[in-house]
Design a protein. Sequence first.
Length: 112
Amino acid sequence: MPDCLFCQIIAGDIPAEVVAETSTAFAFRDVNPQAPLHVLVVPRTHAADVGELAEVEPGTVPELVRVARQVATEAGHDSYRLVVNTGAEAGQTVLHAHLHVLAGRALAWPPG
Ligand code: DGP
């Protein structure tokens, strides 16, 4: 999707600090980190959100979770939070499916 920010990051057209890559998933640091570790794990295939990804490419959803765990554990974190904002009211601002991986500080519950 030429106008999609995360598609442009995956293509290397917009720079990002890449931390993991597989054939279907891509992980890079969030530009506005909310925790000492804040990584976005995204599918290479464009889908507007994780629910849509589950419909069009279901095998990639567990791969995103696997890569998220790998990123957290390689950074030394047993505890981490995965956040999936879906829709504007839930805080989604980029319409390309992504998991936020947050770790490295105590995280309050419930989230705001
Ligand atoms: P969300 O609000 O759940 O759609 O999360 C989108 C995230 O994307 C947000 O935490 C900030 C991040 N982000 C936005 N633009 C860029 C960018 O150009 N580079 C990187 N690395 N992250 C970005």
